[in-house]
Design a binder for this molecule. Structure first.
Ligand SMILES: Cc1cc2nc3c(=O)[nH]c(=O)nc-3n(C[C@H](O)[C@H](O)[C@H](O)COP(=O)(O)OP(=O)(O)OC[C@H]3O[C@@H](n4cnc5c(N)ncnc54)[C@H](O)[C@@H]3O)c2cc1C
Length: 623
């Protein structure tokens, strides 16, 4: 939906065909009254023409912003009558607009029943497109059957019927609401209905229908054809989610178009008046400023009602998040695993386990898998994802090294071959001016039992495969959660009976940032060749030492590691600055400005392991 101001320079020359608005739904006879002569009323702030979801939304917003005299002119039926009552909107029923002109500073709106002087007028009525057809093949073979399929219009007397509404716009919500109010059993097949593109009123009503279970809403399903079975329409969905369903009636809600200025008698003077606005101007309307429908009030207020209290609009993405049914469907569609364990080491650092629904979890220690959550999931922080609207129903996926519980339930070394679930060690990434993290702020809100996406394949050549001698010294150096793959590799080497020294060092800020500390200490007690070197850099009573200091300070020798390239493998994981991978420029290796471990090791004759050249420096960068 789009809104736009039609001013003198809009270039709209009335090319759009005129029409007579009869309303999509049957007019409420009881509310109709006949007035012979139009009566003049006091000046209004805003006249809203039409009673669609979009029109009602603007009227509600205008009242919330403090406008005292707002009137909605409904020539046809009102889209959401309950909203009119709740919000005490002033609605002129059965008022056909005949002309809009200017008198002094004010617009003059003349209807079949009255004349209004107003500061602003918003033409927000929407017209069914005369050429609208069902967007999918419809094969009804009998006249009676054909009479059960409708485009935009409802037979007036539907009650107690099974009705399928097909569509994803405000119009579909309006039809669904009208049908449920009339006591029908309704299924709304919304395809990928995007609540963000509904008007705020349409969005509110859709959520209410969902919450009160007034209708079944299929957020992700749309029939691909309708056929006749025993005289009644049968909707064939052609997807695995939705069975084929039979109905008494099927109604297609197609998109509608904005009214042309001519159809409501807008004079040139009125068009030149800054207060004459058109809502949902269609894409043929050259020169009309298009803007998202949900924010139309704020745009109108900025230009016409500067004194009005600014309104906090609910952004589309937030509105979409409220649709529980849509989220349930997306989760069911995308997630294939369950979080079986979620242990916070502290609020921002977690050890979690994930069990896939199907398939095994075999992997080589050191490899990584991918985890994903939908952009539709809530975040723990209040950062806004860039471009969320376009990717709201997509997954954000990231790679995670597979860690290890280190011990099994009996207290023996864990065996990755016995695993039925994967363990991960993950830290929450905070938003910065340059980056809005996608996954970890969503993961932060998850708990055991919650569903998640686990990539079907594990990958990576960061493993212990290059270690061929049981006497080699193995040095695992990491920052933060970079110890995850090392935990799995250390356990594997100890299980294999590795006899050479094994050192695992990790830098963190504080002791609490060591999620596996007790396990490492237990391991070091049990295996004399295993040495754990935690390096908290922000603890008052611990001298600040970085991983690089272990190499340059000769600290590893106390563990029997001489850092001799022929008998040592060094594994580096985590922060790329600690690793310090050189770039090759014209055959020369250029190291980063800040000295990383690779530079220190290359100086000692170590070689970076690669696909083309075996070496004894192995690394995994996390970013
Ligand atoms: C092969 C591989 C394995 C990985 N394994 C792990 C793992 O076991 N545990 C883990 O927590 N992360 C791991 N990561 C990082 C992980 O993939 C995500 O980048 C991270 O969780 C942030 O995701 P995000 O969507 O929240 O933030 P993003 O938008 O992806 O933010 C990326 C930024 O977050 C920061 N960042 C990323 N990872 C970390 C981290 N671990 N610690 C501190 N800052 C970080 C960096 O500044 C980076 O530029 C791994 C990455 C790779 C490539």
């Amino acid at each position: 939906m789009a809104g736009g101001r039609l001013g003198p320079s809009s270039g709209n020359d009335g090319r759009r065909p005129g029409f007579t608005y009869r309303g999509v739904l049957a007019e409420d006879e009881a509310l109709e009254e006949t007035v012979d002569e139009p009566t003049e009323t006091d000046a209004h702030d805003l006249i809203v023409i039409g009673a669609t979801g979009g029109a009602l939304s603007v009227a509600v917003d205008a009242q919330r912003a403090g406008l005292a005299n707002v009137r909605v002119l409904a020539s046809g039926a009102v889209a959401f009558p309950s909203l009119v009552t709740e919000r005490q909107l002033d609605v002129g029923y059965g008022e056909d607009v005949q002309s809009i002109d200017v008198d002094g500073d004010l617009l003059v709106v003349t209807t079949s029943k009255a004349t209004y002087r107003t500061r602003a007028c918003l033409a927000a009525n929407r017209m069914p497109r005369p050429d609208a057809v069902a967007p999918i093949p419809v094969a009804m073979t009998t006249p009676d059957g054909a009479g059960r399929v409708h485009v935009n219009e409802l037979p007036g007397d539907l009650h107690g019927q099974d009705v399928l509404v097909v569509g994803s716009s405000d119009h579909a919500v309006e039809l669904t609401s009208t049908l449920t109010d009339a006591g029908n059993r309704v299924v709304l097949a919304g395809g990928d209905i995007r609540p963000a593109l509904l008007s705020p009123a349409g969005d509110t009503i859709l959520r209410r229908i969902e919450r009160e279970r007034q209708a079944t809403i299929l957020y992700r399903s749309m029939p691909d054809q309708v056929g006749e079975v025993k005289g009644f329409p049968m909707a064939f969905f052609g997807d695995r989610r939705t069975p084929d369903l039979q109905f008494d009636h099927v109604v297609f809600a197609s998109s509608r178009r904005a009214p042309s200025p001519e159809s409501i008698g807008v004079t040139d003077a009125a068009r030149a008046h800054g207060g004459m606005w058109f809502f949902g101007a269609d894409d043929e309307a050259e020169g009309v400023q298009l803007a998202p429908g949900w924010d139309i009030w704020n745009q109108l207020a900025a230009e016409v009602f500067p004194e009005a209290a600014p309104l906090q609009s609910v952004p589309p993405a937030t509105r979409r998040r409220r649709h529980v049914g849509a989220i349930d469907e997306l989760r069911a569609e995308h997630y294939n695993a369950t979080i079986t364990r979620f242990e916070p080491s502290h609020s921002d650092l977690w050890v979690l386990r994930v069990k896939p629904d199907n398939g095994d979890v075999s992997h080589d220690p050191g490899q990584y898998a991918s985890l994903g959550l939908g952009y539709w999931e809530d975040r723990i922080d209040d950062a806004e994802d860039i471009g969320l609207e376009d990717k709201w129903d997509k997954l954000v996926r990231r790679s995670y090294s597979i860690s290890s519980p280190m011990f099994d339930e009996a207290g023996y070394l864990a065996d990755s071959l016995d695993a039925t679930e994967l363990e991960f060690y993950i830290v929450l990434v905070q938003p910065t001016p340059d980056n809005v993290p996608g996954l970890t702020p969503r993961l932060a809100l998850k708990r055991p039992g919650d569903r998640i996406y686990l990539g079907p394949k594990v990958a990576g050549r960061y493993t212990t495969a290059p270690v061929t001698s049981p006497d080699d010294a193995l040095v695992f150096l990491s920052t933060g959660t970079g110890e995850a793959p090392h935990n799995a590799m250390v356990v594997e080497m100890l299980r294999k009976g590795h006899v050479g020294p094994i050192v695992s060092a990790v830098t963190v800020r504080q002791w609490v940032d060591l999620g596996y500390r007790d396990k490492h200490e237990l391991l070091a007690q049990r295996y004399p060749n295993y040495h754990y070197v935690p390096l908290p850099t922000r603890e008052a009573d611990v001298p600040k030492r970085y991983i690089q200091d272990l190499i340059s300070g000769g600290d590893l020798e106390q563990f029997g590691v001489e850092l001799n390239p022929t008998g040592t493998h060094v594994f580096l994981c985590g922060n790329p600055a600690m690793i310090g991978i050189p770039e090759e420029v014209d055959g020369e290796l250029t190291f980063p400005e800040t000295t990383g471990v690779v530079e220190l090791l290359v100086d000692r004759g170590f070689v970076v392991d690669s696909r083309t050249q075996p070496g004894n420096i192995h690394f995994e960068e996390y970013w």
